[in-house]
Design a protein around this ligand. Structure first.
Ligand code: FPP
Length: 250
């Protein structure tokens, strides 16, 4: 294992513009500490704070966090309620700090399906931080990659029906415009904590050429140093986008 990586050791011209994270392992962390699952989520907020700070220090422009998936609605009612409560609490507690650090907040997902109070707090935090020009923090809430593709298909079907678009104009770029994530660049790096090797319905369209990084660390134990290590690993990779090594080196 390499030693600790400092943000200053990273190549400033090779910082990924967009990093996405699947924050996994809260439940197992809680179990290991003999606690109820919700304490794992609560501790996970600490990890979010540290990683947002680290992303800002590095000059990452977009950080997308998978905070609640479409499938997470199937968890026990108490856990879903506790997660929603935690979300409200974290937004209220952190908005001022985000604002001071020039971070702007945005969400992706089926926000209308969230409890009214969560929607209100989110809208307030988004409005307050809208003009900030630093890190763009994107919370994926009630989100899944397939959900957004279905959304895009519905929007495009409406436009086709109303003759706003023509079948011949449908290409990758146009589909991208109908996705709810429109405006977000594709992530260069996707990190998953918690030791599982899957993408769990996250940003399926956008990760076509994304570098994947998996770590055993459980999310509540994850800190900005771990993010620096992931970016350091990313910087050593050769991204070929289907081309050969020789073509890339030209
Ligand atoms: C996955 O761990 C984690 C979640 C489903 C929720 C993530 C939420 C937070 C970190 C807190 C709130 C976030 C913000 C942005 C303030 P898991 O429960 O699936 O863990 P397990 O795989 O060990 O059971």
């Amino acid at each position: 294992m390499s030693g600790k990586v400092h943000s200053k050791e990273l190549k400033s011209d090779k910082i990924p513009k967009h990093v996405a994270i699947i924050m996994d392992g809260n439940g197992r962390w809680a179990e290991q500490h003999g606690l109820d699952r919700i304490f794992g989520h609560r501790e996970g907020v600490e990890a979010v704070r540290s990683v947002v700070e680290g992303a800002g220090e590095m000059g990452i422009q977009y950080l997308t966090l998978y905070a609640f998936s479409t499938e997470n609605w199937n968890r026990p009612r108490e856990e879903v309620d506790a997660l929603m409560g935690l979300l409200v609490h974290a937004i209220v507690a952190e908005t001022e700090n985000l604002h001071k650090n020039n971070v702007s907040l945005r969400t992706i997902g089926d926000i209308a399906s969230l409890p009214e109070q969560v929607q209100q707090k989110l809208a307030g935090a988004i409005a307050k931080t809208a003009e900030n020009s630093g890190l763009r923090l994107v919370l994926a809430l009630s989100y899944s990659g397939r959900w957004e593709m279905v959304e895009a298909a519905k929007r495009m079907a409406d436009e086709l029906k109303n003759d706003k678009i023509d079948k011949s104009s449908i290409n990758e770029e146009l589909i991208g415009k109908y996705l709810p994530t429109f405006g977000l660049p594709d992530p260069e790096l996707l990190i998953r904590t918690g030791g599982e090797f899957r993408v769990s319905n996250f940003l399926l369209w956008q990760i076509a050429y994304t570098e994947l990084y998996f770590t055993q660390k459980l999310w509540p134990d994850y800190r900005k140093d771990d993010l620096f290590e992931a970016v350091n690993d990313f910087q050593k990779r050769e991204r070929r986008f289907g081309k050969t090594s020789e073509q890339i080196r030209i």
